[in-house]
Design a protein around this ligand. Structure first.
Ligand code: CA
Length: 218
């Protein structure tokens, strides 16, 4: 991955560039908003909000207007307004300083997974589980698992971001459609069935009153 780091503070930028390199990530560093806007296309932008020339929020706005490049805002400002504004302007995530390189890389990978068009990764692997999105074939420890269409859709949705809780309403809207007002137990029924087929209830964790998440098992 090659990213653009927009950060005017050398004491932050330098160790960050080195740290990212240890994860195999090449970071091109610029120190101003103008340089960020003039930079060639990249895989992701890491944007400091407090820049000397153009406000980071404005840089975010312009980058978004010109394309949908994944963007993570880095900021010393803990201000809720900035966070909300940044996310509204299309930033994919927000990381307050100070943060560790490891934490940043984890966020970058999550954003990369979310924003990358799924067609580019036909086979998704999560531990022993693999999902082939072209053939809709699911394998566990290389053994095919036969899922119903709804079970497959449910698994694919949860596997889009393993560990992240997906709200019940979002699952129902996505898989059954926003006009679905069937039995409240429909989703639970499919979750139970999917768990059974995966052979371990631990794969899908129920966050009571919130939703479900995929927990990758060994
Ligand atoms: Ca700054």
């Amino acid at each position: 991955m090659r990213v653009l780091l927009v950060e005017d503070d050398e004491s932050i930028a330098e160790p960050l560039v080195d740290g990212l390199a240890r994860y195999g990530i090449v970071a091109d560093h610029v120190a101003t908003g103008a340089a960020a806007l003039a930079a060639p296309p990249t895989d992701m932008v890491l944007l400091d909000l407090g820049l000397p020339d153009i406000d980071g929020i404005e840089v975010c706005r312009r980058l978004r207007r010109d394309g949908d490049i994944p963007l993570i805002m880095l900021t010393a400002r803990g201000d809720e307004t900035d966070r909300v504004l940044g996310l509204e302007l299309g930033a994919d995530d927000y990381l307050p300083k100070p943060f560790s390189v490891r934490e940043l890389v984890a966020r970058m990978r999550a954003v990369d997974r979310r924003t990358r068009p799924s067609a580019e990764v036909p086979v998704r692997t999560h531990g022993p589980l693999s999902i082939d999105t072209r053939t809709r074939e699911v394998r566990l420890h290389r053994i095919p698992v036969s899922l119903s269409p709804k079970e497959y859709d449910l698994l694919l949705l949860l596997a889009a971001d393993p560990g992240a809780v997906v709200a019940r309403r979002h699952i129902l809207d996505t898989i059954w459609g926003p006009s679905f007002f069937g039995p409240g137990k429909t989703l639970d029924f499919h979750v139970a069935s999917l768990r059974r087929k995966l052979g371990d209830a631990g794969w899908i964790e129920n966050r009571r009153g919130v939703g479900f998440r995929l927990v990758v098992q060994a």
